[in-house]
Design a protein around this ligand. Structure first.
Ligand code: ZN
Length: 161
């Protein structure tokens, strides 16, 4: 069976950044199961998987625009330190949910200067070209229920109580 829209695809993968550093890998752990065609994984990886057979192994380089997007300077904000009072001491690398012009977003503190704190609401991998080494472990048809829910059930997927 080949990867196609509304199939559940199980992959082993290793994700590297542009410097070749491993950021994430399923090696030695659970493979990833996702529903193909639903934008559940980054666009460049989904495109590369399309039409491939079970057992296929390949590597793909994904530009930032087809991974987690370009780094958007509009999501970097300066916030007065007093806005963080409830959080106690503010340190570089701390994560918060912040109200932004585009709704609540996860932000990370990237810089501290005087009374001002710089927070960045971009995805941590925004602006980065990525590469994936992939092995397709399984492809099956999604069930009607999975298609209705838009996610995978059972092994490697979503579990409902
Ligand atoms: Zn469900």
């Amino acid at each position: 069976m080949n990867v196609a829209r509304d199939t559940v695809v199980t992959i082993h993968y290793t994700l590297r950044n542009g410097s070749g550093e491993v950021l994430d890998s399923s090696a030695g752990g659970e493979p990833l199961a996702y529903m193909h065609g639903g934008s559940n994984i980054v666009a460049g990886l989904e495109e590369a998987l399309d039409g491939r057979p079970v057992g296929d192994r390949f590597s793909v380089a994904v530009p930032a625009a087809k991974a987690y997007g370009e780094h958007d300077p509009g999501l970097v904000q300066q916030v007065p330190r007093r806005a963080f009072q409830a959080a106690g001491e503010v340190r570089k690398g701390m994560r918060f949910t912040a109200q932004t012009e585009r709704g609540p977003r996860q932000v990370v503190v990237t810089h501290l200067a005087g009374d001002m704190v710089t927070v960045d609401g971009n995805h941590p991998l925004a602006g980065q070209a990525l590469s994936f080494d992939v092995e397709i472990a399984d492809v099956r048809d999604a069930s009607a229920e999975e298609i209705a829910h838009g996610h995978v059930h059972g092994e490697g997927g979503h579990h409902h109580d």
